[in-house]
Design a protein around this ligand. Sequence first.
Ligand code: GAP
Length: 527
Amino acid sequence: MAEENKSSLDPLAALCKRRGFIYHSSEIYGGMPGFWDYGPLGCELKQNVKQAWWQFTVRGREDVAGLDATIIMHPRIWKASGHLDTFADPMTMCKECKKLMRADQIADILAEQKKKPVPHNPEGTLSCPYCGGEMTEPKPFNLMFKTVVGPIDDPSNVAYLRPETAQAIFAQFQNVTSTSRMAVPYGIAQMGKSFRNEVTPRNYTFRSREFEQMELEFFIRPDEAVEILHGRVVTLADNPDLNGPVQDDWGWEVWHKYWVEQRKKFLNAVGLPTEHFVEYWQKPDELAHYARACVDIEYDFPFGRQELEGIAARSDFDLSQHQKWSGESQMVFDDPLKQAAKKMDENAKAAFIEKVQADWVRRGKDVEAARKFCLNLFDGKYIPHVIEPSAGVDRLMLALLCEAYEEQKLVDEKGKEDIRTVLHFSPKVAPIKVAIFPLIKKDPDQDRIAREIFTKLQKKVNVMWDVSGAIGRRYRRQDEAGTPWCITIDAQTVADGTFTVRERDSMQQKRMTYPEFLAMMYDALEF
Ligand code: GAP
């Protein structure tokens, strides 16, 4: 986004509405806060973002399988995961103006207001940032949307719209493991809708009530199992090569950092340069009690630096919880581990148990549980630990739109100034890949050849046909849509088959044959 547009989303939001990227949901009835619809260009961008993630995370790897689970699941899943009891924001209401807000966001609202005329607000975070009125005591407000399954509206039929896609992966872990025939370390990926009844949805699509997530649960051996197998556990202090193939002797810390690097590579590939986001490593007191580490990838949105996605090392918390609440074992059997343990004599096993117990006690865990855990390991059994890269589709789309948006000042040969609004999308996510223009609409040969090329390309990528207006105006329309290439069919095409390809960012034009264009396009689209 150009410097002068950085402080506001307004020009981008206007373009998104005008060109059919994003609309208010139910707009003709006044809209619904926190709900957004994607128009013709927006839904293409969304498809491309999701496809890119799936290609990078699932199809492009040997160690990840996919899942597509239901949005409404057994309510006990949310008891086991902790969402029923703790997935809440502190809600407070102004006693004067009755506005509801999250107590932890009052400071942000005040910070935003510094840019605008500030209403009377003497007490900072303790009073209403809008009218200065007294606030009620903050109360936890559970963010899950409730619904009723079946025709009888009874508390026993209450279910919830999932607030994250992740839990379905844990709930189906045993099924996927046995049917995919994959062994730990391996991952299960899922994309799909999630719902959170956010107290204050804000910043355009950034915090919505209905949104999509792309989540990977990558299951790894506990470090203790790695130690039995390899006699050591590789940590970050060993400076492992995170760009090469994954290694069997990596500990959780290395796997976690590996996935942070993978996510950064993905973000680069879809058009976010590394220098525009930061890795925020949560401090020990910020971590959830079960998490060993969590990194937020934060992006500089026009409304401030905010979380784009997160990569958490969640230990064996989730599967252990589901084992406890469902009564179904969530252990895996790891034959190489059992074979390695067989080679340990009784003394080595006793020393191993002692070491694990000392480590667990240091981490505030139970000595007897440590012993049982070791005995299971010697049998080749454990509950896998998990690394969770969790991204939001809508939030990534917003970042890509912010990153791509530019109002360029151009000066023509006669010195006349003009503004070109352009979306510099990576071709990999651009909603339209190619626009085809017959130079002279009424020329039957140009029209025929243009149609042939259009039809051929339509079978491969999303193509746009445009015959109306001067070529310059057609280019500008495509610049606003973020189309990387425009092909113009002219008299020379009729004579020798070559056509003009105009590249969006450089505005350079080049004559190419169809095979040359295809090779160039595929090269740019490949992951
Ligand atoms: N399973 C872990 C999990 O759900 P999270 O940090 O709550 O973690 C992960 O959500 C990602 O989902 C966020 O980084 C963000 O990209 C997206 N997300 C979460 N809440 C959202 C909301 N209300 N609107 C849009 N995207 C959201």
